[in-house]
Design a protein around this ligand. Structure first.
Ligand code: RI2
Length: 315
C-alpha cells in the first residue's frame, strides 16, 4: 500500500486544497494536514504498527510537498507522527494519532488567543497600524487591539497577486475594526502620510536566527519601516519556528504559477515570475509575539532550541 491509497481521496483532496490555496494561511494548512494524516491511518489494512508508520511517513511527505515554505505543515505532520511512539497495536496507534491531531489543532487555536492578548498590549496607544497579506494571528491581534483601543485604524495591503488583503479587510470590518484597503505600492505613502506607528505581520516560517519568511513584499515593507522608524511586530505561534533551521537547512521559497500574476497571452514574449514569499532578516523585526512570550531577535535561537529539544523530525 502506498500513500496515494492510504487515506484515499481525502488525503489527495486536502493536498490539492492546500496546493491551490483553497486552504491557505500557515496555521490553517498545518491544522488541515494534521487532521488529514490522522484520518489517513483509518485506511491502513495491515496489522503492523511499523507498516503503518512507513505508510504514514510517505503520506506526510506527500502532504508536505503541497507548499514548501511554511514550516507549520511539516511541524504539524511531525507532531502527529510522534503519536505512534509506544503504540503496540494498529488500533491504539489510530486512536493516538487522532488525539494527537486534535490536540495540535486545539493548541494552535489556543495560541491565537494568547497572542491576541499579548499583541494588543503592544498597541494600546497606537492610532494607525499597517498589515500585509492575511495572517489569522495578526488579525486576532488587530481585532483585540481595536477592542481595547477604539482610536486604532488599520491599513491593509491588497497583497498581489492572490489578494489575501481583501480577506483581512473584510474580516476586520466584520469585527468592527476601522480598516482601509490600500494597494501594495501605496504602503510607503500611507506609512508617511497616515503616521503609521507599527506594522503587524504574521509569518510562515521563522528560522533560528530570527529571519522571518512571510508573504512576498514583507521584506521591502520592513526595510521602508526601518527607514521611517516604524517598529515591526511579527505575530506567530511556536509552530512557525523551524526545527530544520537549527540544523542549518535553508527555507525553500515557493514560486507559484505565473498565471496568478498575468495571462502570458496578454504579454507575449515576456517571462513572468511569481515568488510568493521572501525573507526578512531579524534586524528589521522589533518583536516576535508568541503564545509563550514576546521575544527580541537575540532570544529566538535559545527559544527554538528549547522548543524542539525533544522533537523527532520524521519528514
Ligand atoms: P497565519 C500566509 O501565507 C501569509 O504569508 C501569512 O502571513 C501567513 O500565511 C501566516 O498566516 P499564504 O498561505 O498562520 O497566504 O498567521 O500564502 O494565519
Amino acid at each position: 500500500m502506498n500513500s496515494v491509497t492510504l487515506g484515499g481521496s481525502l488525503l489527495l483532496s486536502v493536498k490539492r486544497d492546500i496546493e491551490t490555496m483553497r486552504t491557505r494561511g500557515a496555521a490553517e494548512i498545518g491544522k488541515q494536514a494534521a487532521l488529514a494524516l490522522a484520518h489517513a491511518a483509518q485506511a491502513y489494512h495491515g496489522d503492523s504498527v511499523v507498516g503503518l508508520q512507513v505508510d504514514l511517513i510517505e503520506a506526510a511527505r506527500l502532504l508536505a510537498s503541497a507548499r514548501p515554505t511554511a514550516v507549520t505543515l511539516r511541524n504539524a505532520l511531525n507532531h502527529v507522527l510522534s503519536a505512534l511512539d509506544g503504540a503496540r497495536t494498529v488500533s491504539t496507534a489510530r486512536a493516538q494519532l487522532r488525539r494527537s491531531a486534535q490536540a495540535y489543532v486545539r493548541d494552535v487555536e489556543a495560541a491565537k488567543g494568547l497572542i491576541a492578548a499579548a499583541g494588543a498590549k503592544l498597541l494600546r496607544t497606537d492610532r494607525a497600524v499597517l498589515t500585509h497579506c492575511h495572517s489569522t494571528l495578526a488579525q486576532a491581534v488587530l481585532v483585540e487591539a481595536a477592542r481595547k483601543n477604539r482610536r486604532l485604524r488599520v491599513f491593509s495591503t491588497e497583497t498581489r497577486p492572490f489578494r489575501q488583503g481583501l480577506i483581512t479587510s473584510r474580516n476586520l470590518a466584520q469585527a468592527g475594526v476601522d480598516v482601509t484597503l490600500i494597494l501594495d505600492s501605496a504602503a510607503t505613502y500611507i506609512l508617511e502620510t497616515e503616521k503609521v506607528s507599527k506594522i503587524v505581520l504574521g509569518a510562515d516560517t521563522i528560522t533560528a536566527d530570527g529571519t522571518v519568511y512571510n508573504k512576498i513584499g514583507t521584506r521591502q515593507l520592513c526595510i521602508v519601516a526601518q527607514h521611517l522608524k516604524v517598529p515591526v511586530l511579527v505575530c506567530a505561534e511556536t509552530q512557525k519556528f523551524s526545527p530544520y533551521s537549527l540544523r542549518g537547512e535553508p527555507v525553500p521559497i515557493e514560486e507559484r504559477n505565473a498565471r496568478e500574476v498575468a495571462d502570458p497571452e496578454d504579454v507575449p514574449g515576456v517571462r513572468i515570475r511569481n515568488p510568493v514569499f521572501d525573507a526578512t532578516p531579524p534586524r528589521y523585526v522589533h518583536r516576535y509575539v508568541t503564545e509563550k512570550g514576546v521575544l527580541e531577535s537575540k532570544r529566538v535561537r535559545p527559544f527554538a532550541e528549547r522548543l524542539f529539544r525533544d522533537v523527532t523530525l520524521w519528514i
